[in-house]
Design a protein around this ligand. Structure first.
Ligand code: SF4
Length: 159
C-alpha cells in the first residue's frame, strides 16, 4: 500500500493541461454546467469506444469539465452514440433515447454514427444514428481523437 502511494506521488498529475474553454454549443441550452452521459454502442467496431475511454480516462479527463459517464439512461442528460445503427440495435437505441429525461441531447460519435462510414450499405445496418433518433451534435473522425470528443462534451457543459 505504501509502495503504491509512493508511486502515485512520484508520478504526479498525468492529465493534459486544460485548453481554453470552447464556445458553448447551441445544444447546451437547458443543460447547466454538468452533463451526465450514457454511452450507447449501436454497432461500432469498438475503435470509437477506445477513444471515448481515453477521453474519460486520467490523461484527457473529461470529468474535470463537468461530464460524467453514467450506467442508466434514466440518470443521463445526453447519449454518446457510436457505430452505424445495426438492425438489432435500432429498437434498443430508440428505447434508450426515450428513457433519457428531457431536455435530452444526442451526440453521434465517429463517422459511422454520422453516415454509416465504412459500413454503409452493409446488410445488417439500419442506418446512421440520425435515421433512428434526433442528433444534436456530431463528432467526425474514424475514430475521432479524444481531444475532439472532450471538446464536444465541453461544448455541452460550457466549462
Ligand atoms: S467510426 Fe471508425 S472507429 Fe468508429 S466505429 Fe466506425 S469504423 Fe470503428
Amino acid at each position: 500500500m505504501l509502495g503504491l502511494i509512493g508511486r502515485i506521488r512520484r508520478l504526479g498529475r498525468v492529465a493534459e493541461p486544460a485548453p481554453p474553454p470552447p464556445e458553448r454549443s447551441p445544444a447546451a441550452v437547458g443543460l447547466g454546467g454538468s452533463v451526465q452521459v450514457r454511452h450507447v454502442d449501436a454497432g461500432s467496431c469498438n475503435g470509437c469506444e477506445i477513444e471515448i475511454g481515453q477521453a474519460f480516462g486520467p490523461v484527457y479527463d473529461a470529468e474535470r469539465y463537468g461530464a460524467r459517464l453514467v450506467a442508466s439512461p434514466r440518470h443521463a442528460d445526453a447519449l454518446l452514440v457510436t457505430g452505424p445503427v445495426t438492425r438489432n440495435m435500432a429498437e434498443p437505441l430508440r428505447r434508450t433515447y426515450e428513457a433519457v429525461p428531457e431536455p435530452r441531447r444526442v451526440v453521434a460519435v465517429g463517422d459511422c454514427a454520422r453516415n454509416c462510414g465504412v459500413f454503409a450499405g452493409a446488410y445488417g445496418v439500419a442506418g446512421a444514428v440520425a435515421d433512428v433518433v434526433p442528433v444534436d451534435v456530431q463528432v467526425p473522425g474514424c475514430p475521432p481523437a479524444p481531444e475532439a470528443i472532450v471538446a464536444v462534451v465541453r461544448g455541452l457543459t460550457g466549462r
